[in-house]
Design a protein around this ligand. Sequence first.
Ligand code: SAM
Length: 234
Amino acid sequence: MLNQTPSRITTLAWERALRSEFLADTTPDESVDRFAQILLALGKSTVLDVGCGNGRHSLLLAQKGFDTYALDMTESSLQLTQALLKQHQLRATMTKAYMEELPFPDETFDGLLGFCVYNHGDGPQVHASIVESQRVLCRGGFMYLCLMTPRDFRYQLGKRAKPRMLIFDRGPERGIPHYFISRLQLETLFRNFSIVDFRLEEEEANELVLRDYLCGAGQGTRLISHYTLIATKN
Ligand SMILES: C[S@@+](CC[C@H](N)C(=O)[O-])C[C@H]1O[C@@H](n2cnc3c(N)ncnc32)[C@H](O)[C@@H]1O
């Protein structure tokens, strides 16, 4: 059934989003820098960036000297990532694949990053993708995930196609499925891992985000809400 997963059938919507201004910023998220510091301090060397997008985090990892692997299902993402790395005279191993079927043997990576990636799909896909990532992580390896929570204002937008899953009907990510995971679901998925750090990260959406997603509808402050999790495989 995995060949019918929601994110696969929306590859074209992703190609459009990746070429839009909305996903053009190549500034890495500070939290990924913190994750990289943890890996460095522990002497970890091989890191997979799942759903690498425009390549901003693959670049950060390559700059820090990791043996970096960048993976995405879209051609646009791999081209953007390759170009960004080349601009900085760095390299990474590029792989075109789906996060729910990673083409790597068990226990290949010391670190794995999934930043705003695993929330694209329905419940079974999100579950399968996280379990698949756990498979390719070495024992003693670390995983960093950032996922949307149901407190995010965008949980109220668009068509609720499946439980906890919306397909946005406006904005730069229109046509793309978004899954809003609960804390309990995450803790259950990581029950065999040690959770090193778990945070609810929230901020008010800025005007750009409100303009893009609300297209002028509604007023007042709106919350952007994510869970971030660092876990190690026992
Ligand atoms: C919101 S972007 C995040 C990009 C990057 N992680 C960052 O933080 O800048 C999500 C990325 O996940 C990719 N993606 C979505 N579903 C995927 C799947 N099933 N398998 C692999 N990549 C996927 C998209 O093509 C896109 O590049």
